[in-house]
Design a protein around this ligand. Structure first.
Ligand code: DGP
Length: 161
């Protein structure tokens, strides 16, 4: 864990978060500055800035959780037929939070302009964080209900030894 990292602060319970899935290795939660409604981030509980520092089994686990999130987004009430999965890995690649995170962005086709616009303006918080968090909580409930109790992955068997 890193003392300054905001995602480590979330993991330690020092910052509020709207979670859709958690297991002993990872956490999936609503992006507070979503590019589109239902934007979820999946993080490892270990603090590492780059995917290069993760074990192969941890990288694979993040994508297993991401795939389960994508399925849950499609089953939820979201307008969502597809997803972008992406990782900004390093400052030159627009990584703002130096703790590995997989973006799972629900897409519905004609939403590219909306996504690009919110990418540029999402840190300008004109409606206030409280209202935003209420909206995120409603969306999260719709996603969380379709998540499996536990995502099956190689990690548990590999890393428990
Ligand atoms: P990136 O630019 O790839 O490093 O993405 C960082 C994401 O993290 C960005 O989409 C906004 C999100 N984010 C930043 N601060 C917080 C926070 O305090 N809580 C949550 N839930 N998301 C955050």
């Amino acid at each position: 864990m890193s003392s300054e990292c905001i995602f480590c602060k979330i993991l330690r319970g020092e910052l509020p978060v709207t979670t859709v899935y958690e297991d002993e290795f990872s956490l999936a939660f609503m992006d507070l500055y979503p590019m589109l409604p239902g934007h979820v981030l999946v993080i490892p509980k270990e603090h590492h800035a780059s995917i290069q520092q993760l074990s192969p089994s941890m990288r694979s686990h993040l994508f297993e959780v991401g795939a389960a999130v994508a399925r849950a987004q499609m089953l939820s009430g979201l307008k969502c037929k597809s997803q972008n999965f992406f990782i900004n890995d390093g400052p030159d690649a627009n990584q703002h939070v130096p703790h590995v995170h997989l973006h799972v962005l629900p897409r519905s086709g004609a939403d590219l302009h909306k996504a690009l616009l919110s990418f540029m303006s999402r840190y300008n918080n004109i409606f206030g964080v409280a209202a935003k968090r209420r909206r995120l909580e409603l969306l999260a409930k719709d996603i969380e209900v379709h998540m499996p109790q536990k995502v099956l992955s190689v990690l548990a068997s590999v890393d428990r030894g």
